[in-house]
Design a protein around this ligand. Structure first.
Ligand SMILES: Cc1ncc(COP(=O)(O)O)c(C=O)c1O
Length: 441
């Protein structure tokens, strides 16, 4: 019988109960939870069985304005009435205005942006531009990095997801993560003297085939366990990159637009990178990302025929939302709010640390904080089992807090609520965490 004339059969043999939609989903990050989310408003989620959950992760670290902020909804409604999507070579008013408004916030010589959808894509574009500009292909990234799941970004993502997918891109190399609580070269304790940078560069220089392109770094490593770059690190890295003819890409997926107090985290380090990539916080929950670079790099790439067209590059609707996000961050002074709310949260976490022995370290910047859970404070041996139990118990009690527990990076509760969160919700979250830490001992 030919394929064309084969009878149409159901995938489910007769007599077997029908599968639910859940059974038809690919599980992309471990098992799914046993509830559905029916609403997300402000700092709160409502599940389909009517439970309320306080969202200490801002969705996937994107909803810095909270869920369903009126400015975002209004921008979507208005932009949707004008144009949602266009031919990739066409531009709209919102795209060119977003570029102008972004550059007004960024220091010179950063002057040119392209707008994509995800963080991985923005990093991919930055890496491709860096390769085209330098003629090299070697890329350095931290051993605790996360830059995305597309091939180039994933090749420079070392915190997780490397095994089982074949080789990463040639020329990608890891630098030690400068975490003073877990010195990667067993050299410092609680204070980084930057020795790990030069030790790491010694290794990558030895491996180099003389084709440097870029170093890509998060100013506060997130999946790497909430590790703010130590004072002086980024400036020294910038200098080391210049010595090697490498371009510096700062990935501000989670840190840009107020979360760490300033508009951009790199501003706190006295450097101006060759590229800044923005994503999560720029769309406030919608898929919008940006690759930003200098006039000189853009002109050189253009002359060399730079090609990076995606279906949703320069789409008008997400650009309108990005404009609304920036306007709201400025109008509501959310950076200052992140500093004030972050101080309240941090004080609460430090108070918990005084009463809960497994809290080895509390660290972070602004409203991006980490709680490092250890088996004992002297050895600092991570306690991933306790961390998982605590996050599960938090969820039972109505708090969504997420744990990162990748090999060598500790087991760290990652706390990044919406910047608009109310003070009493911070206190409530702390109470729930206190309870969960106690219940799981
Ligand atoms: C620092 C950083 N860069 C890039 C990405 C990738 O972004 P996306 O998942 O939107 O591709 C992430 C995602 O978690 C991230 O944390």
């Amino acid at each position: 019988m030919s394929v064309m004339s084969a009878p149409v059969t159901s995938a489910t043999p007769a007599g077997t109960p029908p599968r639910s939609g859940l059974d038809h989903l690919i599980r992309y990050g471990g098992p799914f939870p046993d509830f559905l989310v029916s609403r997300a408003e402000g700092s709160w989620l409502t599940t389909d069985d009517g439970r309320r959950v306080l969202d200490f992760t801002s969705g996937q670290m994107c909803a810095t304005l909270g869920h369903g902020h009126p400015a975002i909804l209004e921008a979507m409604r208005e932009a949707g009435g004008r144009a949602v999507h266009l031919f990739s070579g066409f531009l709209s008013h919102d795209v060119i205005e977003l570029a102008r408004e972004l550059m007004a916030l960024l220091p010179e010589p950063l002057a040119r942006a392209m707008f994509l959808s995800t963080g991985g894509e923005a990093n991919e574009a930055a890496l491709r531009l860096a390769k085209l500009n330098t003629g090299g292909h070697e890329v350095l990234a931290f051993a605790g990095s996360w830059h995305g799941m597309t091939a180039g970004a994933a090749s420079s993502t070392y915190s997780a997801g490397r095994r089982g997918y074949g080789p990463g891109l040639p020329g990608t190399m890891a630098l030690p993560t400068p975490n003073p609580y877990r010195c990667p070269i067993a050299h410092c304790r609680d204070r980084c003297d930057l020795a790990c940078l030069d030790a790491g560069l010694g290794l990558t220089d030895a491996q180099s085939v003389g084709a440097p392109a870029a170093a890509i770094v998060e100013p506060v490593l997130s999946a790497g366990g909430i590790v703010p770059l130590p004072s002086g690190y980024l400036a020294r890295l910038e200098q080391r990159c210049q010595e090697r003819g490498m371009l510096l890409i700062v990935d501000e997926a989670q840190t840009a637009l107020g979360r760490v107090g300033t508009m951009f985290a790199f501003e706190q380090h006295d450097v101006v990178p060759d590229f800044v990539t923005l994503s999560k916080t720029l769309g406030g929950g919608l898929p919008l990302s940006a690759t930003v670079t200098t006039d000189a790099i853009e002109a050189d790439a253009f002359d060399k025929g730079f090609l990076h067209v995606t279906s949703h590059v320069s789409d008008p609707l997400p650009a309108a939302v990005g404009r609304a996000v920036i306007e709201t961050v400025l109008a509501e002074d959310l950076g200052a709010r992140a500093v004030a709310t972050g101080a309240r949260l941090r004080a609460g976490l430090e108070e918990l640390q005084r009463r809960h022995e497994p809290i080895g370290d509390v660290r972070g910047v602004g409203l991006m904080l980490g709680v490092d859970l250890v088996q004992d404070r002297e050895s600092r041996e991570p306690d991933p089992a306790y961390g998982s139990a605590v996050t599960e118990r938090c969820l039972d009690l109505g708090l969504n807090v997420n744990i990162v527990k990748f090999a060598g990076l500790g087991s760290v509760l990652r706390i990044a609520p919406p910047l608009v969160i109310a003070a009493e919700d911070i206190d409530l979250g702390l109470e729930i965490l206190d309870q969960a830490l106690t219940d799981c001992r």
